[in-house]
Design a protein around this ligand. Structure first.
Ligand code: ATP
Ligand code: MG
Length: 692
């Protein structure tokens, strides 16, 4: 997918491959595969797997196959195969002639099954699915052997052949491996290899009425394709002994399975079952709804393949389940589009502005930069006239403090154009609604600077009323409101559906250069974000844009605050909301204003209803104890042990009212989200001593 790159971050799979190359384990070969099951559309988690498999193959001069794991006839459809191919291609992976299907191995798998029966390693069982489950036992209780376990080889061969010929009903018999009903690994308790399913398969049609299970297929498919390193997600770790057992009993080529942690992304779900539920329940418009974490959804949202690949590289590879902040994905997108997306002006919620001193029929063509990041992208002309639109948000009749945009009597700059001053607000007499603004412009400021050096504090985007085009714009928010909706305690993840995840604005105006905007192209609307010309619904007659991302980079802010330096949000933790900066950054002078005191912890205990907090009563030499709620319980599960400890307290904070009481200060602590400890002293400072 990308060119080999020596600067790639090392990871444990690379280490294994490099070791195997050194010892010549596979004759110097590296052969991986991406094995989607065609029972849904690909999502961003699959992109990670695809990226990993293909980049490893490429970097080590190997090959990567595309294999459809299509063993289940009832759930798989051609539509899914086609969508997967389209997505894989779009992501930039070329599988050349290596497009394989597990269903192409049905003959071979059947022959493998016969081999195991003949070896006395597989048997036909007449127990029902329910009974098999019951006989299997549990983690603490060994399983029981089926009464049919000791059938003769001849009887098994006969029954299995008749299963294949279609003599039996669905579910009446299965073929099972004969391994060990007392094995501690439940996967080894005589797993099912074949089941009867009178169903048509999207490729093999009605040739078969018995189908191999995924577990009896996957390892052998790898073997048949002579895959060297078979990468899969952690949930298959417990299946590895079974795959190895099949390979060893059959005496066939052995592929090395290596597990890695699946990608979880905050504010979304990543299971095909759940995504299908959203599609079938009509909660989204389809698999390619721009709010979906599917590749087709991300594409329709306006994501680029480059930004997705960059994201895959940056999240790295882990052996432990973790949650990645969706803000990182957006950050990768912004970085990419910032370089490439042409800038244009669009007004989403128009407010009419009449320039009372501008001639009625005059139109000026002003020069605007296509991309300040890349002068090579040139300039374009934007028409300017007496009647304009600006954003409703950019005007306040009664501006609050720190609102620097337009207000009565105030002067602002119109991007690439002139300074204007608001002289009158025209309202609907009945409703009080603002209908239009009357402004004057200063002809001396054309291009955006005043010859007398006068400054304005805001620059607004605008469009000319007569020249602008109508457009629909769709704004998106996270589909789900919980950072980790899939494990929500409230049960159904759909209870977290965000009612505001889609907002369609239908009165938008965009500059005329967008007349020729091709579906599938991307723009930055100045000050508003990145927008994608919807490839499904946009036409020259009716422009439709999807907002891909706002300009506000939550991720950059999280990084700056040092909260998640590696690109990960820690295990199942709620990613923190980015906080709007209140003003300038904290300076050293600000920091010196903090009153830091030595505090001695006199009481410490848990807080009812707030698992993360510890309630401390701290002596800072004031003749009374201060109550402080500190989010340190993960580091101090037994808070009593803190009693008597000396720590640093920030003593001059405004008391904070929390639902369980007032918190009068903060305890300084250090660490990351995993490990944390409060500051402590060894010497003999007294409570209330100043810390400098
Ligand atoms: P789901 O559980 O949503 O149905 P799956 O794992 O069954 O997903 P497959 O089509 O079997 O989906 O997946 C194809 C490949 O992509 C497999 O190798 C799988 O391990 C990998 N994969 C699936 N989901 C993720 C994820 N979230 N992160 C990384 N890899 C993934
Ligand atoms: Mg799977």
């Amino acid at each position: 997918m990308t060119t080999p790159d020596a600067t790639r971050t090392p990871n444990f799979i690379r280490t294994i491959i490099e070791e195997d190359l050194k010892t010549n384990k596979y004759g110097g070969r590296v052969h991986t595969r991406f094995p989607p099951e065609p029972n849904g559309y690909l999502h961003i988690g699959h992109a990670k797997s695809l990226w990993l498999n293909s980049v490893l193959a490429q970097d080590y001069g190997g090959l990567c196959n595309l294999r459809f794991d299509d063993t289940n006839p009832s759930k798989e459809e051609r539509e899914y195969v086609e969508s997967i191919k389209e997505d894989v291609r779009w992501l930039g992976f070329d599988w050349e002639d290596r497009e394989f299907y597990a269903s192409d191995y049905f003959d071979q798998l059947y022959e493998y099954a016969l081999r195991l029966i003949k070896k006395g390693k597989a048997y036909v069982d007449d127990l029902s699915a329910e009974e098999i489950r019951e006989y299997r036992g549990t983690l603490t209780k060994p399983g029981r052997e089926s009464p049919h376990r000791n059938r003769s080889v001849e009887e098994n061969l006969d029954l299995f052949e008749r299963m294949r010929r279609g003599e039996f009903e669905n579910g009446s018999r299965v073929l099972r491996a004969k391994i060990d009903m007392a094995a501690s690994n439940l996967n080894m308790r005589d797993p099912v290899m074949y089941r009867i399913l009178h169903a048509e398969h999207h490729r093999s049609g009605n040739t078969w009425c018995i189908y191999p299970t995924y577990d009896f297929t996957h390892g052998q498919s790898d073997s048949i394709e002579r895959i060297t390193h078979s990468l899969c997600t952690l949930e298959f770790e417990d299946h590895r002994p079974l795959y190895d057992w099949y390979i060893a009993e059959l005496g066939i080529y052995h592929s090395q399975q290596i597990e890695f942690a699946r990608l979880n992304l905050s504010y979304t779900v990543m299971s095909k079952r759940m995504l299908l539920e959203l599609v079938e329940g009509g909660y989204v418009s389809g698999w390619d709804d721009p709010r979906m974490p599917t590749i087709s959804g991300l594409r329709r949202r306006g994501y680029t393949p480059e930004s997705i690949r960059d994201f895959c590289e940056r999240i790295g590879l882990a052996k432990k389940e973790s949650m990645v902040d969706i803000a990182l994905l957006e950050h990768c997108l912004r970085e990419d589009l910032n370089k490439r997306a042409p800038r244009v002006m669009a007004v989403l919620r128009p407010l009419k502005v009449v320039l009372t001193n501008y001639p009625e029929n005059k139109v000026e063509e002003l020069d605007a930069l296509n991309n300040p990041e890349d002068p090579g992208m040139g300039t374009r002309k934007v028409p300017f006239s007496r009647v304009l639109y600006i954003e409703q948000d950019d005007f306040r009749e009664d501006p609050p403090k720190k609102f620097y945009r337009l207000a009565p009597g105030r002067e602002v700059r119109l991007r690439y154009a002139y300074f204007i001053t608001c002289v009158d607000v025209v309202k609907d007499e009945r409703t009080g609604e603002i209908l239009e603004l009357h402004c004057t412009y200063d002809p001396e400021t054309r291009g955006g600077d005043s010859p007398d050096g006068r400054k304005v504090r805001a620059t607004l985007h605008w469009v000319s009323s007569a020249h602008s085009l109508h457009a629909d714009v769709r704004l998106y928010e996270h589909l789900l409101t919980a950072p980790n909706p899939a494990v929500g305690e409230e049960g159904d993840f759909k209870s977290y559906l965000n009612p505001n995840s889609l907002q369609t604005l239908t009165a938008c105006r965009v500059e005329p250069s967008l007349q020729s905007a091709a579906p599938g192209s991307r723009y930055q609307f100045e000050r508003l974000g990145y927008f994608y010309v919807d490839h499904g619904d946009s036409s020259p007659e009716k422009l439709v844009f999807n907002r891909t991302a706002t300009l506000r980079d939550t991720w950059a802010r999280i990084q700056k605050a040092g909260e998640a330096p590696s690109g990960k949000v820690h295990k199942r933790e709620k990613p923190r909301e980015a906080i709007e900066p209140i003003g300038e950054e904290i300076t050293i002078e600000d920091f010196s204003k903090l009153d830091l005191r030595v505090g001695v912890i006199r009481e410490a205990g848990p807080v009812e209803g707030a698992k993360k907090l510890v309630r401390l009563m701290v002596d800072i030499g004031e003749g009374r104890l201060r109550q402080i709620f500190a989010g340190i319980s993960s580091a101090y599960p037994e808070p009593e042990k803190l009693i008597g400890k000396k720590t640093i307290v920030v003593a001059n904070l405004k008391p904070r009212k929390m639902s369980f009481g007032i918190s009068e200060g903060m305890v300084l602590s250090a660490g990351d989200l995993d490990r944390l400890c409060i500051t402590a002293f060894d010497g003999d400072p007294l409570p209330g001593d100043k810390v400098s």
